[in-house]
Design a protein around this ligand. Structure first.
Ligand code: SF4
Ligand code: SF4
Length: 441
């Protein structure tokens, strides 16, 4: 799909990218297979947008499945606890290179394989629970947005004056199908999770956004309808799944730059987050595992159920491949997700995919050339900002210009890099540009 070794210096044409829907469709029919936890699990103490947690354990301690191992209640609203994915012994607490940021505190747990998977929280009866009780439980269970943003779910659900809840099951990444698979396998829990979210927000209007065609998930759609949940069929374009674009597509409302959907009375939650909310409240289960799609061109797609903290090499071994068989591995989809420097990196709460690029798919950005000012990147951007100008402003460290260019609204879809004939990888300029404008002036 991306590059052949023989064409290292071959320029791409605008619009030359294709989203091969057969990749997704091959994954839809693949039932989740549970990956047993590894002997050594690595759990980062921050797995969400927001502040770090502090370790609640020390080296040598024994921990049980679902036990809270990191939290900081004084760390502010955006702090979300993390839990042990196994029964085990804490062997090391140290700073490690994080898959998507700088070094962060992590906990290495030696799996003692003694667990009986008893949920660590007491199930709640929503009818007997206040809004505050439910929000507190969602925080305690460590739930964050599972669509990729990892924004604390309890914070979004605390919003007031919300008129519409959109459940995002669009899943626009071409090679990821874990959300649609979850709908097929766990329809009841998803519906209860959606209703819990609506109850907490106090909204009457719920819209389920899906790329599926009428009849594809007929039973689930009937359940949505009988619970007065509207269905919005979204065109299957890549990147329409992002919150801002979804709000525009469904409600024809613009979310202004520097604002959020909540500022215009809309909350968007991923469908897998609704499932996690249901499990936390009805079953007392903290967020220690999730569904994801593993994809490589050689083997196709497979849906896996994986505990957070499982190293990638362990997952690849389970799938029956060696990490050495690949040119590089991305934590995410074909279009988004950082390349990890080695396969010992663990799965995070926000990891919805592992994409392994074969030896014939060399990194297209390895041999970048100077910008030729063709403007393809600007024309393809779904949020109508100018990546090429942002890149120039970032290189100069020009915070004012970056603000004027609205770098903050970039949804990191990767399309600008994908169409650039000079093979410029914009990710570093866009993420760094966002950081520059956050610095106090
Ligand atoms: S990654 Fe590029 S194309 Fe996508 S939103 Fe950001 S600037 Fe626009
Ligand atoms: S960075 Fe330059 S060369 Fe690449 S798409 Fe944008 S304008 Fe064209």
């Amino acid at each position: 799909m991306i590059f052949d070794k023989k064409s290292k210096l071959y320029f791409r044409e605008k619009g030359g990218f294709k989203v091969d829907v057969s990749m997704k469709m091959s994954a839809v029919d693949d039932a989740f297979k549970e990956v047993p936890p590894a002997d050594k699990m690595i759990v980062f103490l921050r797995q969400n947008i927001g502040a770090e947690t502090k370790p609640l354990i020390k080296e040598g301690d024994s921990v049980s499945y679902g036990q809270k191992i990191g939290d900081d209640e004084s760390g502010g609203l955006l702090t979300v606890p993390v839990h042990s994915p196994v029964d085990g012994t804490i062997s090391k607490i140290s700073n490690m290179l994080h898959p998507i940021s700088k070094k962060e505190e992590s906990v290495v747990i030696i799996n003692t394989k003694t667990e009986n998977k008893v949920p660590s929280l007491t199930p709640l009866d929503p009818k007997q629970s206040s809004r505050e009780d439910l929000l507190k439980r969602i925080r305690e269970a460590g739930i964050v947005g599972l669509g990729g943003a990892a924004f604390p779910t309890h914070v979004k659900l605390s919003s007031n004056n919300i008129s519409t809840l959109i459940i995002n099951a669009k899943e626009s990444d071409p090679n990821i199908a874990c959300d649609i698979r979850l709908i097929i396998e766990k329809p009841k829990e998803i519906i209860t999770g959606i209703k819990l979210m609506a109850k907490i927000l106090g909204v009457g209007k719920i819209i389920f956004a899906t790329r599926t065609k009428e009849g594809e998930i007929a039973e689930f759609e009937n359940a949505l309808k009988s619970n007065s949940i509207e269905i919005a069929r979204i065109r299957p374009n890549y990147s329409v799944g992002s919150e801002r674009l979804l709000v525009k597509e469904i409600l024809n409302k613009e979310v202004p730059s520097e604002k959020y959907p909540t500022d215009i009375g809309v909350v968007v939650h991923n469908v897998a987050t609704a499932y996690a909310v249901s499990k936390a409240i009805y079953d007392g289960e903290p967020l220690v595992s999730r569904g994801l799609t593993y994809f490589s061109k050689d083997t196709g797609a497979q849906n896996l159920w994986v505990r957070m903290g499982t190293p990638i090499h362990h997952i690849l071994k389970h799938v029956g491949v060696s990490p050495d068989a690949f040119e590089r591995i991305a934590l995410g989809s074909l279009m988004m997700g950082p390349t990890i420097p080695n396969s010992s990196f663990p799965i995070l709460k926000a990891t919805s995919g592992i994409t392994a690029f074969t030896k014939n798919e060399i990194n297209p950005y390895e041999y970048s050339l100077p910008c030729i000012r063709c403007a393809y990147c600007n024309t393809v951007c779904p949020v109508n900002i100018y990546p090429q100008l942002i890149m120039e402003a970032e290189k100069r460290g020009d915070a004012n210009r970056l603000r004027k260019l609205h770098v903050d609204v970039c949804i990191e879809c990767g399309l600008c890099s994908y169409v650039c004939p000079s093979r410029i990888n914009f990710t570093k300029y866009l993420t760094s540009g966002k950081k520059i404008i956050q610095k106090p002036t």
